[in-house]
Design a protein around this ligand. Structure first.
Ligand SMILES: [Zn+2]
Length: 339
């Protein structure tokens, strides 16, 4: 099986996006929150069949671990209630996609992380998403302020309530920022990659996994700058008198393959132990065009894994086995289906 561990519903039906606009307008003008629109199954089917499902089939993958559009999470907008209502609406929509295409999509939730507030609402929504909606993980935003980095580092006790819930439910988090309201940082070109790199360095500086040995994080976009600068991070761990990264961080952290050229993928596979790598494309997402040098979509990352100089066993682990280990609820779901 080929499991894409990183996909977002970037093609959600327009009434869903318009409702978000009216929600924010109602907040800013102290108006009445409009009712969430009726969206038919056919509308949802159409947005999936013509986009994610079509591309998945064309590229030869089988399923996608699917979450709400990351750039639209925008945790900094509105207040705690706005964030909760929006997260629930987004997660409920993902649930409808999963219900319509149960063999192709598994849900991962957005959390209502309004900056400057505690994580109680996020803990509740994670519980609802897993126990009521059947989701298998969450996206955790390390910077809900949207580029101003006002939250404590991921190793701070501030975050522990959500980690405790993740461990209790046995679900991982993808560390995933949202849009940037700091114009120095382009969202997908700088803020995303900065955040991936920043999260990894925070994990080196702290000692989170001795407290939470079963906690699992996926750092997307190939781990940001980390694989390319692996020597720097090993050296910094040494300078900071931390254990080897293989012990200190890499028992709990995984990178995906959302890297949009062959040399980048080759470097990732060469530097990072392949048991720590999950196939991902972030399709349809950050970079939607066709590479003029190859004639293929930039985000068609399966081609790069197919072409990489690794064993068939390693390829199978990256495409399927590692995802089933990191997402035990996915593994259980597939086993029930005889897969
Ligand atoms: Zn993403």
């Amino acid at each position: 099986m080929i499991i894409d561990a990183h996909g977002h519903y970037t093609t959600a039906p327009e009434p869903h996006n318009s409702w978000r606009e009216s929600q924010l307008l109602a907040f800013s003008e102290k108006g009445i929150l409009p009712k969430y629109p009726n969206i038919s199954d056919d509308e949802i089917r159409e947005t999936i069949e013509q986009n994610q499902l079509k591309l998945l089939k064309e590229r030869g993958a089988d399923m996608t671990i699917f979450s709400p559009r990351a750039s639209a999470m925008a945790h900094h907008e509105g207040d705690s209630k706005v964030s909760m209502d929006w997260s629930r609406a987004c997660n409920d929509l993902i649930k409808r996609v999963v219900t319509l295409f149960p063999d192709t999509f598994m849900g991962v939730c957005q959390l209502p992380q309004f900056p400057g507030t505690d994580l109680d609402a996020s803990v509740r929504e994670l519980d609802r998403a897993v126990n009521e909606l059947g989701f298998i993980g969450c996206n955790l935003n390390p910077d809900p302020s949207g580029g101003n980095w006002t939250s404590p580092p991921l190793t701070d006790p501030y975050w522990f309530p959500i980690y405790e819930k993740m461990v209790e439910l046995d679900v991982p988090a993808m560390i995933h920022v949202s849009s940037s309201c700091n114009r120095n940082f382009h969202a997908t070109g700088a803020h995303y990659i900065n955040a991936d790199t920043t999260a990894f360095m925070q994990l080196i500086q702290g000692d989170l996994f001795s407290k939470f040995p079963d906690l699992r994080f996926i750092i997307p976009h190939g781990g940001g700058a980390v694989p390319y600068h692996w020597g720097r991070y090993r050296g910094l761990a040494d300078m900071l008198k931390k254990p080897l990264l293989t012990e200190h961080v890499m028992k709990n952290v995984y990178f995906d393959t959302c890297v949009y050229h062959q040399p980048g993928i080759d470097l990732l596979l060469d530097v990072i132990d392949n048991k720590n790598i999950l196939f991902g494309s972030e399709m349809v997402g950050a970079v939607r065009g066709i590479d003029p040098e190859t004639g293929h979509y930039f985000d068609d990352t399966k081609r790069f894994i197919d072409a990489a100089d690794i064993s068939d066993g390693e390829r199978a682990a990256i495409f399927e086995g590692n995802a089933r280990k990191v997402f035990p609820r996915l593994d259980q779901n597939l086993k029930v289906k005889g897969l």
